[in-house]
Design a protein around this ligand. Structure first.
Ligand code: NAD
Ligand code: DAU
Length: 342
């Protein structure tokens, strides 16, 4: 392993992985291939932009030409694929991009990786492929696929392609399934950065339905270190859950954010629920722990640090919210908030 292609490396988790790896592994080269969609942001990579073992290439994983040329030019021997349309709700508003990147893009990337004769291919996936699970239960890697949203179906489709390439083309592959991730540099459409930045400005927080949906919460640096652990030590052909082992209801996360910011609970609005909204995800990650990985962050410490980061880094998120974000906000929330207030 010498030249590692990190696709989607300008996004939230991919950039955390690159920032961590470039500094920890000066002997390895990290080449980011990213289309720079609305969610990709070169500011996320500023902390490593001058490092000798880091390069950035703008390109599309669904383009054979882009994939083939980056693999050839940088003599790539390993691929870690973070690239995706990652926001569940945008799939309902913008259908085609999800299948194009999350499924067809993975097909192209696998094919070109095989053609280039690479060693390991790591696919970053999600706990959403297990679908909604009953109270008190935890998903393990052998559980069946039961995706309920077009986003999770597109990610499950990608996992099946990865498995097929392992069997049919003898490609060395591993898959990670992470839970709800939070931390610095997260595009403010996801629950934590959205509610933190809206609450800073004293604006309404649109909580879907009763807010009692439950998620497992994982700090982004722990997600990144787990992906690295699987990349270096994971067994070929295997799948690894990555859990933060902190289950909380959306309502509790919202209340904690408000407490940390010293803002009133009256900012919360219970808006009409998201279509096909899964009630609960939770996972065990014993297989990952057996590789020697452990979390470095507790939820409490990481949530407080995350709130502080958005308070201290308005330069990062205010410019995002001044752009296309506003159009997204109107389309996603205007009618819902009006229904809640009406
Ligand atoms: P993100 O939306 O912040 O970043 C996605 C990145 O992919 C962006 O930089 C974007 O420009 C890039 N991209 C999109 N389409 C592309 C294409 N066709 N070619 C090249 N680059 C493209 O997403 P994230 O939250 O960092 O998620 C990264 C991965 O982790 C995704 O695969 C997602 O499914 C998975 N995941 C996310 C979470 C979470 O809570 N955020 C949890 C589990 C798994
Ligand atoms: O579980 C892993 C998944 O977590 C990843 O695969 C996805 O890429 C990632 O986006 C995330 O999906 P969610 O839909 O769970 O994330 P989000 O932050 O959008 O929402 C978290 C919960 O909060 C979810 O139950 C919906 C709810 N929510 C979210 C927003 C943005 C609200 O109630 N109101 C909101 O405005």
């Amino acid at each position: 392993m010498k030249n590692i292609l990190v696709t989607g490396g300008a996004g939230f988790i991919g950039s955390a992985f690159v920032r961590q790896m470039v500094l920890r592994h000066p002997d390895l080269n990290f080449i980011v291939l990213d289309l720079l969609t609305y969610a990709g942001n070169l500011k996320n990579l500023l902390p490593v932009s001058d490092e000798a073992n880091y390069r950035f290439v703008q390109g599309d994983i669904a383009s054979r030409e882009n994939c083939a040329s980056v693999m050839k030019e940088h003599d790539i021997d390993t691929v870690v694929n973070f690239a995706a349309e990652s926001h569940v709700h945008r799939r309902i508003l913008e259908p085609d991009a999800f299948i194009r990147t999350n499924t067809l893009g993975v097909n192209v990337l696998l094919d070109e990786a095989c053609r280039a004769g690479i060693g390991r291919f790591l696919q970053v996936s999600t706990d959403e492929v297990y679908g909604d699970i009953a109270p008190g239960t935890f998903s393990v890697e052998e559980d069946p696929y039961l995706p309920n949203s077009p986003y999770s179906a597109s990610k499950a489709g990608a996992e099946l392609l990865v498995r097929a390439w392992q069997v049919t083309h003898d490609l060395d592959t591993v898959i990670t399934r992470g839970s709800n991730t939070f931390g610095p540099y997260q595009y403010p459409e996801k629950l934590m950065p959205f509610f933190i930045t809206e609450a800073i400005d004293g604006r309404a927080l649109p909580l879907y339905g009763d807010g009692r949906q439950q998620r497992d919460w994982l700090h982004v640096d722990d997600h990144a270190s787990a992906v690295a652990c699987v990349l270096f030590h994971g067994e070929s052909g295997q799948v690894y859950n990555i859990a933060g082992e902190h289950q909380a209801r959306n309502l509790d996360i919202t209340r904690r954010i408000l407490e940390l910011l010293d803002k009133p609970e009256s900012l919360v609005r219970h808006v009409p629920d998201r279509e096909g909204h899964d009630r609960r995800y939770a996972m065990r990650c014993e297989r990952l722990k057996a590789l020697g990985w452990q979390r470095e962050h507790s939820f409490e410490e990481a949530a407080a640090a995350t709130v502080r980061w958005y308070q201290e880094n308005e330069w990062w998120w205010r410019s995002i919210k001044a752009g296309d974000w506003q159009d997204w906000y109107e389309r996603q929330y205007a009618a819902r908030l009006a229904a809640a207030d009406g």
